[in-house]
Design a protein around this ligand. Structure first.
Ligand SMILES: Cc1cc2nc3c(=O)[nH]c(=O)nc-3n(C[C@H](O)[C@H](O)[C@H](O)COP(=O)(O)OP(=O)(O)OC[C@H]3O[C@@H](n4cnc5c(N)ncnc54)[C@H](O)[C@@H]3O)c2cc1C
Length: 365
């Protein structure tokens, strides 16, 4: 009797969807950690993604989405089911709007994420505030970007066309899909400031375009994190701004980040604590880089191939052959110490893929 996995594979082949079995996932992540994908589908267009999703749904095989792999911890045992790797790429300038009257209205109606991020970091960490400027008076331009397009490529490509706004996110790896799902932040800016609509595909392969207001954007959060929709594209509302200034800003921003943040990581592991909490605990900063270094004394601590970064202690580096098990032990140590010393529980900003819920429930509170 054919299993549902075998049936799925035959149907994928019949539909012309390329897939590979037991493919290593570590090379597809910035952390270079994680075991194989049981069934890896690399989608380069919407149709392939739709076929993979609807067939997986028909045979009740679970699907996991993967973008640039810059914010995930993948289990050493790998991920079972279909892994849909997103390589749907393209940038299209839709229209420009010379009417600056609209802009004033937009600013008043726009939703600003909860001001959780306090730039009280001591200089040792990072402070880009001197690079910040306001371009909200510039004419608007609408651009549709497909979700598998690299964020750094998108920023450079648009600025070279004189389309600005995304310079604050220079130096952040990953895809547009990941940037939307996480509502990434750069300095005082959030990605959601620039989102107009997002087109998603549900688990049966049906398309839907959702307006920004329905997506509940907040600090490192969007409703899309429920993993029930695959992001296909985002319509962004950008500026016809100062090209040279945006270019310079992007270069400096990326350079500064590179100096202070290691790349062999999955980004910052923890969300900044609330400003009230910081004041209650009489801390000089609400960043976990500061807390792990100065309060928990764990900067530079390592387990196996995983090390709490000397550059920024909220980053865990893979200094060689790190495993997901090594990272979980380090996370556990940070959790235990912060509960014991400060009485607070960190909130992780990582996505854990391929784990049994019980193994990671402590870290996904
Ligand atoms: C050196 C470094 C610096 C970083 N700096 C920052 C920073 O300054 N600010 C910041 O906010 N983040 C930062 N990050 C974190 C990370 O780069 C971002 O969160 C990025 O947006 C993740 O995108 P990705 O495509 O790599 O997503 P992935 O890591 O591939 O996936 C993350 C999650 O999104 C889901 N996902 C991915 N694509 C889709 C899709 N198309 N549809 C539905 N779900 C999807 C995945 O299933 C997973 O749960 C940094 C990371 C590194 C390594």
């Amino acid at each position: 009797v054919e299993t549902s996995r075998q049936q799925l594979q035959s149907e994928l082949s019949r539909a012309g969807v390329d897939f590979k079995l037991e493919q290593p996932l570590a090379p597809m992540t910035t952390w270079k950690i994680g075991g194989p994908a049981e069934i890896l589908v690399t989608a380069t267009d919407q149709e392939q993604a739709g076929n993979a999703l609807s067939l997986a749904d028909r045979f009740s095989v679970p699907v996991t989405f993967l973008g640039g792999g810059s914010n995930v911890l993948i289990n050493d045992a790998g991920i079972r089911g279909v892994i849909l790797k997103n390589e749907i790429q393209g940038i299209e300038v839709v229209s420009s709007d010379q009417n600056t009257d609209n802009i004033i209205n937009d600013q008043t109606s726009g939703t600003t994420p909860q001001a959780r991020l306090q730039q009280v970091d001591i200089n040792e960490y990072y402070d880009f505030s001197e690079l910040d400027y306001d371009e909200t008076g510039a004419p608007r331009v609408f651009v549709t970007v497909k979700s598998g397009t690299s964020l750094p490529f998108t920023i450079n490509n648009l600025i070279s066309q004189g389309i600005t706004g995304l310079q604050w996110f220079a130096g952040i790896p990953g895809t547009i899909g990941g940037a939307v799902l996480n509502n990434i932040h750069g300095g005082s800016h959030f990605f959601s400031e620039f989102i107009e609509t997002v087109t998603v595909m549900d688990l049966k392969g049906n398309l839907r375009t959702i307006s920004k207001d329905e997506l509940g954007f907040d600090y490192d959060y969007s409703a899309l994190q429920d993993n029930t929709r695959f992001i296909i594209s985002a319509k962004l509302k950008l500026y016809q701004g100062d090209k040279n200034r945006a270019q310079q800003t992007a270069i400096l921003w990326a350079q500064n980040k590179k100096k202070k943040q290691p790349y062999n990581t999955a980004g910052c592991c923890f969300k900044n604590i609330l400003p009230e909490e910081m004041r209650r605990l009489q801390l000089a900063s609400n960043s976990w880089g500061y807390i792990i270094d100065k309060k928990l004394g764990l900067k530079g601590h390592s387990i196996g191939g995983a090390k709490i970064s000397e550059l920024h202690a909220a980053f865990i580096e893979n200094i060689g052959q790190a495993t997901s098990a090594d990272v979980l032990v380090l996370l556990d140590l940070i959790f235990e110490r912060s509960q014991k010393i400060l009485g607070i529980t960190p909130k992780t900003e990582l996505f854990f893929l391929g784990f049994e819920p019980g193994t990671i429930s402590k870290f996904t509170n």
